[in-house]
Design a protein. Structure first.
Length: 130
């Protein structure tokens, strides 16, 4: 809708989700998985993905996610985070894809643990998980 404010950003989202947002508003973050992808490639820089320090990258991503969770918990508005389910498919062939799947899956677990509600939506049909 026209009255929605759109911000395209993939890091420091905690700066946008803050305590003075109107409690009657809704904040929609689409998509956490894209955010994780962008953070991985930002932290990886120009190096070959086979040379990336995935453990250090995951620690940096976790810090970003923990800041996001804290901001969501302080925000009086309803905050909806959209992410992709990454664990129901085949094991990816490449090292990068396997690390991405694992990191994104652990991010999803952190977000689900902190969330008041968790929904799985497939083909437009929602199933409440939590």
């Amino acid at each position: 809708p026209e009255h929605w404010r759109t911000v395209e950003r993939w890091q420091h989202l905690d700066e946008l989700i803050h305590a003075d947002i109107n409690p009657n508003e809704v904040v929609l973050l689409e998509c956490v998985t894209t955010m994780v992808t962008n953070l991985l490639f930002d932290y990886g820089g120009d190096k070959d993905p086979d040379e990336w320090d995935y453990q250090a990258m995951e620690q940096a991503i976790n810090a970003e996610i923990q800041s996001l969770i804290a901001a969501c918990q302080r925000c009086p508005a309803k905050v909806v985070l959209v992410t992709n389910e990454v664990g129901m498919g085949i094991v990816p062939e490449s090292r990068l894809a396997r690390h991405f799947r694992d990191i994104a899956g652990r991010v999803n677990q952190q977000l689900a643990a902190a969330a008041n509600e968790v929904w799985l939506v497939v083909s437009g049909i929602g199933v409440k998980i939590k």
